[in-house]
Design a protein around this ligand. Structure first.
Ligand SMILES: Cc1cc2nc3c(=O)[nH]c(=O)nc-3n(C[C@H](O)[C@H](O)[C@H](O)COP(=O)(O)O)c2cc1C
Length: 405
């Protein structure tokens, strides 16, 4: 059975209310009960992002689902990211004329329909055959910012063509600057205005949930991946689209010896604006400004880097203070509702990234699923603005927030 046959078969099964509870992957331990009483027939039917998550879980093979859902160690940071938003309540305001709302914003010169952007996620073909290209097409429809991973499963140029406009390029630093330089040149040639350099994964991690769910998958990893002696998939940069034409011998995605000098070198090596992704501390935000960064993304890699339990929403205020209004601060991690977007903006974020939610839409329905996720979150965000009496994103402030506990 080919991958497409398999998807078609699973889609058929998913569409059958009788078989819905008996799907082969339904027994995975990480599975959470679906709130949906019957599987969705189209993306438009989804009421929230969780319904798309539940369908994606049925359609995506367990090893790939584990790749998406995993945090590190016991997934404590991942859960903290999501839970942090509940610490804040919204303070409604009355008699504000909210008949005309402006959700639009501009980030580093790029006008966007809403402050909600799609974070870089590697290997999106693991979730849907159209992968990053489908995300680009959805980002085009919704005029959303897409940041493309170094580990994209489609070539950058194909993604830019599908987006019909610029995407930002996410850079893993690599351990060899010559390779980094080649990646930068390719991103510049493709018209990327911004490079988002990810700095929160210097030296390995323990993605336990992913490893556990791989055990549940009956397929042979070696059919599609380079594997190690134990048959476990092994990173092969040579096979990845962004590394074509680059000497990958001895090349690693990241380097444990990275220092702030890297940002200086990056500044000298590229004409793109530089955003540092993965800042959590106020001191690092100040250093980012000092070293010439154009922006910051507060991120802990979706709870996939440091297992500590600290949510990005908790880190956000000190990073905003550290940046002192000199460069924009964006954030991601645990955003699942439009009210989460509102709260992050109220704490000083210029824009808010989603990772897993759009990937759930992708796994469930491809492009239309991603579009629906962006639409749902924008609708929810709009309602938060209405309730709090904020007529534009500029009017969103911490006055709307009440912190609990
Ligand atoms: C499966 C997966 C793969 C990811 N791959 C990358 C990547 O290639 N580069 C990167 O900078 N961040 C990567 N991230 C982190 C996201 O860009 C983002 O920070 C995170 O997903 C946001 O949290 P959320 O998933 O809770 O929305 C990945 C996240 C996930 C879930």
């Amino acid at each position: 059975m080919t991958r497409n046959d398999r998807r078609a078969w699973l889609k058929f099964l998913a569409a059958s209310p009788l078989l819905a509870g008996a799907l082969p992957f339904a027994s995975a331990p990480a599975r959470r009960a679906s709130a949906a009483t019957r599987p969705l027939g189209s993306a438009a039917e989804a009421l929230d992002v969780f319904e798309l998550r539940d369908l994606a879980q049925r359609l995506v093979p367990p090893a790939h689902w584990g790749y998406l859902q995993s945090g590190v160690d016991g997934d404590v940071t991942l859960r903290a990211n999501e839970a942090a938003f509940a610490r804040y309540e919204l303070r409604g305001r009355r008699f504000v004329d909210v008949s005309h709302l402006d959700l639009a914003t501009t980030v580093l010169g790029m006008p966007l329909a809403t402050p909600i952007f799609c974070c870089p996620i590697g290997s999106l073909r693991a979730l849907h055959p159209d992968g990053e290209v489908a995300v680009a097409a959805a980002a085009k429809t919704r005029n959303a910012l897409q940041i493309l991973s170094t580990q994209s499963s489609y070539p950058l140029e194909a993604v830019v063509a599908a987006r019909g406009g610029p995407v930002w390029f996410q850079l893993y630093t690599t351990n060899r600057f010559e390779a980094t330089r080649q990646l930068l040149k390719r991103a510049e040639s493709a018209g990327c205005p911004v490079v988002a350099v990810t700095v929160d994964l210097p030296a390995g991690r323990n993605t336990e949930t992913a490893a556990r769910l791989r055990r549940e998958d009956t397929r042979l990893c070696s059919a599609c991946h380079t594997v190690d002696a134990q048959g476990e998939p092994r990173l092969s940069l040579a096979a990845e689209p962004m590394f074509q034409g680059i000497d990958t011998r001895g090349l690693a995605l990241t380097s444990a010896s990275l220092s702030w000098d890297f940002i200086k070198r990056l500044r000298d090596a590229t004409t793109m604006k530089i955003v540092i992704k993965g800042i959590e501390a106020g001191e690092d935000a100040a250093l980012a400004v000092e070293h010439g960064a154009d922006g910051i993304i507060v991120s802990n890699h979706g709870g996939r880097a440091l297992e500590s339990g600290r949510a990005t929403l908790e880190s956000l205020p000190e990073v905003v203070r550290g940046a002192a209004g000199r460069i924009p601060v964006l954030m991601d991690g645990g955003v699942r509702r439009g009210t989460d977007v509102y709260k992050a903006l109220a704490l000083g974020a210029r824009a808010v990234g989603i990772g897993r939610p759009y990937a759930w839409g992708l796994g469930a329905f491809g492009q239309s699923g991603v579009e629906r996720v962006l639409e749902i979150l924008a609708l929810e965000f709009r309602l938060a603005m209405v309730g709090c009496g904020a007529r534009s994103v500029r009017e969103i402030s911490a006055d709307s927030l009440i912190a609990r506990g």
